[in-house]
Design a protein around this ligand. Structure first.
Ligand code: ATP
Length: 399
């Protein structure tokens, strides 16, 4: 008997995971200069010297993590080929929302011998954690490269960057070496550091700029070669995904996502190849998904006001004053069996917030003396999409 999966054809993907978020490419393309700077900063490790500290800057999806992983693997690989070179140990930590104590403690726990009990969560201070860290580093020996992702989110980053890079010169460690690698997407991070740490961390600064369409095409073509059955991904699909992402923020993650979703759209439509029409559809789906999340993050009344603004727009009555919106909103709230907010002020506050968040346009109307001054609002999104997202939410309330 034919089961529900039996007539599914072989998909156009040979290896879809190549387009997934956690795929680490074997080859880094279009970042030769950055790789060169990185190599220069770390090469001392091969000769038994302490490497330079490295700071990487750049917005999301520009290859900071991919290049770092690639460099760490390449360095470890090289070290194994050179009998005289020190062992290299790499430690990666994300600093977002962490205290300095937690970060140092996590490092210590990663270094402790197998059956040792963990470094305590409470009761000791940061100085104790550093002391234990130095003991463990020297016990293990070799060179330790510590990658701090989102380093600008750390609460006491000055202390970390004052301590760790100087550990050897001050004599806290003698049998090991440490190199610090910081990753941040905040270009002003440097200015927030105290003068005494600025120079140590900033020995090598590597800035990752947005990819242009041609660079993204190279990256995508390489992925497509491995992800799709030969001949099933058109150049037009690659060019379209690259152009969309380049025009947005030059983000490689976004470009790769578009290609993957484009492949899914083609598969679902039983099409034999992915072309630019699938990428356009993919972009709509991705944008809609993003908008859905943003709308669902709003309070219930803000969502009802957005829905109201969508109806007003559809009926050709935009822009509208808050008083008009309030009347219509009351009917919308009641249709959803929700008690509406009653004061005009609370409605105005919500409208103002929705304007600040980019959901609504606002116009200042000033009719001069006696004429009064007021705001008019208009939905700054496709009203049909807002209504559909609201209907989906009603059918399947978010958790
Ligand atoms: N030059 C490149 N060659 C091949 N793949 C790349 C390149 N740059 C980025 N990628 C891929 O794009 C995606 C995003 O890159 P990555 O995670 O390195 O970005 P990031 O700069 O660390 O951003 P974030 O701060 O958001 O983590 C990953 O899947 C990565 O493999």
């Amino acid at each position: 008997m034919a089961g529900p999966f039996s007539d599914i054809e072989r998909s156009i993907f040979v290896s879809k995971e190549v387009l997934s978020e956690d795929h680490q490419p074997d080859q880094i393309l279009e970042r030769d200069e950055e790789i060169d700077q990185y190599r220069h900063a770390l090469q001392d490790v091969l000769f038994g010297r302490t490497p330079q500290n490295v700071m990487l800057y750049g917005k999301a999806g520009l290859g900071k993590t991919a290049v770092t992983t690639y460099m760490m693997e390449a360095l470890q690989d090289e070290v194994t080929k050179r009998p005289d070179a020190d062992d290299v140990h790499v430690h990666e930590l994300n600093c977002n929302g962490k205290s300095l104590y937690t970060v140092v403690r996590t490092l210590v726990n990663g270094l402790l011998p197998e059956h040792a009990s963990e470094f305590p969560k409470r009761g000791l201070g940061t100085a104790d954690a550093f002391e234990e860290l130095y003991t463990q580093l020297d016990r293990i020996g070799g060179t330790h490269l510590v990658v701090f992702d989102e380093i600008d989110h750390l609460d006491d980053v000055d202390t970390l960057l004052y301590e760790l890079p100087r550990a050897r010169s001050i004599g806290h460690i003698t049998n090991s070496k440490v190199g610090v690698i910081g990753i941040s997407n905040n270009y002003t991070f440097r200015q927030s550091l105290s003068p005494k740490v600025k120079d140590t961390l900033m020995e090598t600064e590597i800035s990752f700029s947005p990819y242009d369409a041609s660079e993204l095409r190279t990256i995508l073509a390489d992925r497509a070669d491995r992800a799709f059955v030969e001949g099933t991904c058109d150049d037009s699909a690659i060019a379209r995904a690259a152009a969309i992402a380049a025009k947005d923020r030059g983000n490689a993650r976004q470009a790769i996502d578009l290609l993957r979703v484009g492949g899914e759209v083609a598969t679902r439509g039983d099409d034999e190849r992915v072309d630019d029409s699938h990428i356009v559809k993919a972009q709509e789906l991705v944008q809609r998904g993003r908008l859905r999340n943003r709308i669902r993050d709003q309070t219930q009344h803000a969502q009802l006001l957005l829905e109201t603004a969508a109806y007003i727009e559809q009926q050709g009555e935009s822009p509208a004053r808050s008083r008009t919106i309030k009347d219509r909103y009351e009917a919308v709230a009641e249709s959803h069996a929700v008690d509406p907010l009653t004061t005009l002020k609370s409605i105005q506050n919500h409208l103002s917030d929705l304007h600040m968040l980019g959901f609504l346009q606002r116009r200042d109307r000033n009719h001069g003396e006696g004429g009064g001054r007021y705001y008019e609002y208009q939905l700054d999104l496709d009203p049909q999409i807002v209504v559909e997202i609201r209907q989906e939410a009603e059918a399947k309330p978010s958790p």
